[in-house]
Design a protein around this ligand. Structure first.
Ligand code: SF4
Length: 212
């Protein structure tokens, strides 16, 4: 059984799977409290659902992309079995994890999107850097950047752990702190190898398009 906050079908707004129709499985619970968190509703709310029911719900949507997200999915032990089952069913599974938990037990068929916490998140001290020494080459490392300090810090970490050489590195502007144009300019000025990532879903579903 896993405590699930929500299962929904939408367009993937992030990572190299951006734009793909995807089923999202959001797990309840998070050990962090990032300043910019937009999924606070996932900290406690949810219902316990067994594995076969989760897989049945996923199969209702005719897509091969599944994104496991949170909260922090790796807090629940049952997540490893769910990921393995979904891979056995030949779904393309990605895992969004905060970078504070050991990823060594994640099924090797899963694409890990590791969201390393930058200084403006308020949770930079929780990063588990050991992950950067063993996660598989197909993984993606994401940095949410809100300030120049965040940008410089991210470049230093990428250099220190040779992340540009090993992984796809994604720089995403922190929604209320940094404009995409500013971050684009930082990347170009520095001649960084990071890839600018905009959260596509936030441009599709705005208060206006939702009729709010
Ligand atoms: S890790 Fe994600 S869910 Fe947890 S507090 Fe940070 S932004 Fe929110």
């Amino acid at each position: 059984m896993l405590k699930i906050n929500e299962i929904f079908y939408s367009i993937q707004g992030e990572s190299t799977y951006v734009g793909c129709p995807t089923v999202f499985i959001r797990l309840t619970g998070c050990n962090l409290r990032c300043t910019y968190c937009d999924t606070k509703y996932s900290y406690y709310e949810g219902e316990w659902i067994n594995l076969s029911e989760i897989i049945s719900q996923v199969k209702l949507h005719n897509t091969k992309y599944i994104c496991i997200t949170g909260g922090e999915p790796l807090l629940q032990k049952g997540i490893y079995q769910l990921m393995a089952c979904l891979c056995d069913e030949e779904f393309k599974v990605s895992l969004e994890t905060s970078g504070s938990k050991d990823c060594s037990h994640v099924d090797s068929r899963v694409k890990i999107i590791l969201d390393l916490k930058t200084p403006s998140s308020g949770e930079v001290d929780k990063n588990y850097y050991e992950n950067l020494n063993f996660i598989p080459p197909g993984s993606e490392i994401k940095f949410v950047i809100g300030t120049k300090e965040d940008f410089d810090w991210s470049e230093n970490i990428c250099s220190q752990y040779s992340l540009f050489e090993k992984y796809t590195v994604l720089y995403s502007p922190s929604h209320n702190l940094a404009h995409p144009k500013w971050l684009a300019e930082q990347i170009l000025q520095k001649k960084s190898s990071a890839r600018l990532q905009l959260q596509q879903h936030k441009y599709i579903w705005t208060p206006e398009t939702r009729g709010v």
